[in-house]
Structures are given as structure tokens and as C-alpha cells.
Design a protein around this ligand. Structure first.
Ligand code: GAP
Length: 483
């Protein structure tokens, strides 16, 4: 296994860039922020929407047997009993008695393993993770505490190893619905979008006349009271998921699980990201609903981390909803003349994590110095199809009829894709600003345009420029963003 490449400086630079260029702001910043909650700014929300659309298109539009829904965040509280989240959606936590800070046990141990890898002690790190996985899979909390103590793991705040016992901590947020504050009105903010799909399974199947195998997809907010939430948008308390539940005949789960693993990895690679940056990680400790599960991990600047989960969820959810709701969750399979509760393969990707992945992959600091002068740029090499802004239209000067020509190009393009118009500052500064938000094309309108109706098109990644007819701009950009 090659050493884990972590680069805290690069991670910090990406966070700063996201703020400086209107991608992501800390939530409620003027009140000093709210931990692990973030707002997407003007370019961030645009990029996020493009990632969503790209996922939706590949999952729903390109699969005839997958449909999408948009379920409510508030759901009947019994759903979370049936799904197992009330009893099982816990993380083992440990508190440091001196700093009074609480930590997720697995995060403390993973950080230690990462330190070992950074020192080249890869075998030791692998051994530590294996031991942790074993203890987690048997809920051996005393063993986990002992492991933390044996490894000399200290609280990053107090720098002491004065630890409490390991305890379970439920991650769901609860709130009250209605005006009477009794126990019956307590509800939860959904910790996953999947349950909205399960409880609508028969509504969708019947009204859509769907035959197994078929899928239901959904994009929406989920909420978890994460304890250690200090990795920017990697781990948030309010985040978005893009999930798909694929309903199948019992007994076919192994082949569908493998097939969705492959298909989802292809989706990631279709964004032009190299294979080496990805790996699968099989779960040792399975979630309460799964008979097989793995993560798709990406090598973030903070190391290889989960971006998507593929889970074989058996009939766990539908069976439990049948039991708790007393409503039949069965499907009649006319091909084999049998009634059964379908099995489910789930693909679940965090939209915010995918955003972080895309930005991490795209962010580049380039030295452009020549013998004559020092120069550099920060560029987001975003895939054109998901870049927030596709084209910048820049008249070289604010006079001589150039803005009018530029506006015409803008009018020709803006109903087809997102365009940006700017007259201010030198052309060099305007290019740099577009590089920093990842705009793949800039066109400049100059005096020559008035003579031969050509413009200069500049390509973000190569910075090369060429002259093309002004009335070809739309076609050139459309060709690129549609491939
Ligand atoms: N329905 C299955 C499910 O929710 P999960 O592995 O807990 O499975 C799926 O979550 C994905 O949601 C993860 O792979 C991750 O990308 C994203 N995710 C989970 N917790 C998150 C958090 N606190 N902040 C941001 N994304 C999160």
C-alpha cells in the first residue's frame, strides 16, 4: 500500500479559496459561525447544483427503470424506530476529563494511524486499523478504550490521556411538532434520505407501474449531530445526500451489489478523475441494516476518505416498516408468480463530499514566472460540464462599440449556458478571476472584432488563445460542455 498523502496546507488553501471566491462561507459568520454548518455562495451553489444535475441525469434520466422522488424531511417518528436509527444510530464516544471535549473513538484512532503513515510506519498503521475494526465489530468498548490508552493517544486540546469510559451517543437531532410539548410530538430531522424512499416504495411502484428490478432516487438534506466536525464540509451537521434504492428479487443481491459498485465507480471516473485517486473499502463492521457494504474512497488532501457508500440492505427496512406500520410491503412478481418483500441495493453519495472532492481535484496553484517577470495563478480545473460559469464575455475596452458586440454574444449564449459579462479591470486580471472560479472559456471582443467579426477565445487550462468567428462561440462552448 502506498503511503497516505495528506497535505494540511493544501486543504487550508482550498478552504480559504472557497471563501474568498464565493463558493462556501461559514454559516452565520457575523455571529462567529455555527460549528460544522456551512452556506454555499454564488459560485458554490451553482457548482453544487451542477453536480446534482449530473448525478440525477446519470441515475434517473439514463436509466429507464429508475425514477426520482422528493420526500419531506419530517417523517413519522415510528419510522426511525422501524429503521433501527433510534436504537442503533450511535457512535462510540470518549470524553477527555481535562478538556471536557468529546471524540468519536474511531476518529481518534484513525488520526493516530494517519500520523504513523506520515512517519512511514505503514504496517503498524494497518495493524492498528485492523485491531480497531475487530473491536468495533464486537462492540468491545473496554477494548477500544484500552487501545487508545496503549497507543498513547492524547486529547489534542488538553494534551492528556485522562479518558472516560467509551459510551454510545445517538446522532439524530430531535425537535417538537405541533404546539403541545408532550412525548408524542417529538420528531427527528432525518439522518438519511433513504427512509423517504422506503416508506413510498409501494406508492411509487404502483402509480409508476414499475417492475422489479427498479430504482427510486432522491436528493435531499440529512442531519446528524456529528461530534467531531472539524473537516470543513467533509463532516457536517446539515448536509445533502444523493441516494438511490434499487429494489430486487431476494437472492440476486450479490450480483446487483457488484454491478452497482462497478457502475458507481464508472460515474466517478467519467468526471475525468484518475483511477489512482479512488479505492474501495469493504466494511468490517456492517451497519445494522446491511449484509454487505463498501465505501468508495477518494484521496482528499486529508487522506483517503469515504465519499460514497454502496450497501446491500437486504429486506431489513421494508420488513420492519411492514411490521411497525402493519401495512403490507410486498410486491407481486408476475414472472415467477410470487409475493415477496424486495431486497435493496443502495447507492448513497454525500453531495457536499462530492463537492469537496471536485474542488480538491480541481484546485491548482501554478507558477507562471518567466525570465522577465514573476507570475502565478490559482486555477480551478473543473470539468467544463459542471463548472459554475461556462463562459466569460469580456470587451477589451468600455467604448468604441465593443460592449455592444459583447452584449450580443451574451444574448446569443445566455439561454443555453451560464455566462458572465465583465468590462472592468485589465484583461489579465479578468482572466485570473475567471481562472479562480473555474470558468473554462473566456472570449475577448477587441478592435479587430469590428473589422472581421472574430473574437479571441482563451482556454482556461492551457491559457492558449485563438481567434474564432463571434457567431461560433455558442457552438464551441456547447460542444465542450455536452461531452
Ligand atoms: N442511507 C445510507 C447512509 O446514509 P452513510 O454511509 O451513513 O449511509 C452516506 O452516508 C454518505 O453520506 C456518505 O458516504 C457521505 O458521503 C455522506 N455523509 C454522511 N455523513 C455526512 C456528514 N456528516 N457530512 C457530510 N456528508 C456525510
Amino acid at each position: 500500500m502506498r503511503p497516505m498523502a495528506t497535505d494540511p496546507n493544501r486543504f487550508q488553501a482550498i478552504i480559504s479559496h472557497c471563501k474568498e471566491y464565493g463558493f462556501i462561507f461559514p454559516s452565520s459568520e457575523i455571529y462567529d459561525g455555527l460549528q460544522a454548518v456551512y452556506d454555499y455562495g454564488q459560485w458554490g451553489s451553482e457548482l453544487k447544483k451542477n453536480i446534482k444535475d449530473y448525478w440525477w441525469k446519470s441515475m434517473v434520466q439514463l436509466h429507464e427503470n429508475i425514477v426520482g422522488i422528493d420526500a419531506a424531511i419530517f417523517m413519522h417518528p415510528t419510522i426511525w424506530k422501524a429503521s433501527g436509527h433510534v436504537d442503533n444510530f450511535n457512535d462510540p464516544m470518549i470524553d477527555n476529563k481535562d478538556s471536557k471535549k468529546r471524540y468519536r473513538v474511531d476518529h481518534l484512532i484513525e488520526t493516530k494511524a494517519e500520523e504513523m503513515r506520515n512517519e512511514g510506519r505503514n504496517d503498524e498503521a494497518d495493524g492498528l486499523i485492523d485491531e480497531m475494526d475487530k473491536l468495533l465489530s464486537t462492540d468491545d468498548f473496554d477494548g477500544l478504550r484500552q487501545l487508545i490508552i496503549n497507543q498513547g493517544i492524547k486529547c489534542p486540546i488538553s494534551k492528556t490521556a485522562n479518558w472516560t469510559e467509551v459510551r454510545q451517543f445517538n446522532l439524530m437531532f430531535s425537535t417538537q411538532i405541533g404546539s403541545v410539548s408532550d412525548e408524542a410530538s417529538e420528531i427527528y430531522l432525518r439522518p438519511e434520505t433513504a427512509q423517504g424512499i422506503f416508506v413510498n416504495f409501494l406508492n411509487v411502484q404502483k402509480t409508476g407501474r414499475l417492475k422489479i428490478p427498479f430504482g427510486i432516487a432522491q436528493i435531499g438534506k440529512a442531519f446528524r449531530n456529528e461530534i467531531v466536525a472539524r473537516q470543513f464540509i467533509f463532516r457536517m451537521r446539515e448536509f445533502e445526500q444523493m441516494e438511490m434504492q434499487y429494489f430486487i428479487r431476494p437472492g440476486t443481491q450479490k450480483e446487483w451489489y457488484e454491478s452497482w459498485k462497478e457502475e458507481r465507480m464508472k460515474w466517478h471516473l467519467s468526471l475525468g478523475i484518475s483511477k489512482e485517486k479512488y479505492r474501495f473499502h469493504d466494511h468490517v463492521k456492517l451497519a445494522h441494516y446491511a449484509d454487505a457494504a463498501c465505501d468508495i474512497e477518494y484521496e482528499f488532501p486529508i487522506g483517503f476518505k469515504e465519499v460514497e457508500g454502496i450497501h446491500s440492505r437486504t429486506d431489513f427496512d421494508l420488513k420492519n416498516h411492514q411490521e411497525y406500520s402493519k401495512k403490507k410491503m410486498q410486491y407481486f412478481d408476475s414472472e415467477i408468480n410470487q409475493n415477496y418483500i424486495p431486497y435493496v441495493i443502495e447507492t448513497s453519495i454525500g453531495l457536499d463530499r462530492m463537492f469537496l472532492l471536485i474542488i480538491s481535484e480541481a484546485y491548482a496553484e501554478e507558477d507562471l514566472s518567466t525570465a522577465e517577470k514573476q507570475d502565478s495563478r490559482v486555477v480551478l480545473r473543473l470539468p467544463s460540464k459542471i463548472a459554475p460559469m461556462k463562459l466569460a464575455i469580456l470587451p477589451l475596452v468600455k467604448k468604441d462599440g465593443l460592449p455592444e458586440i459583447a452584449r450580443k454574444i451574451m444574448d446569443d449564449c445566455k439561454t443555453h449556458f451560464r455566462c458572465f459579462y465583465e468590462e472592468k479591470d485589465t484583461i489579465g486580471k479578468r482572466y485570473r478571476r475567471m481562472d479562480a472560479i473555474g470558468t473554462p472559456f473566456c472570449v475577448t471582443v477587441d478592435q479587430q472584432t469590428k473589422q472581421d467579426n472574430t473574437v479571441t477565445i482563451r482556454y482556461r487550462d492551457t491559457m492558449q488563445q485563438e481567434r474564432i468567428p463571434a457567431d461560433k462561440v455558442r457552438e464551441v462552448v456547447l460542444k465542450e460542455i455536452n461531452t
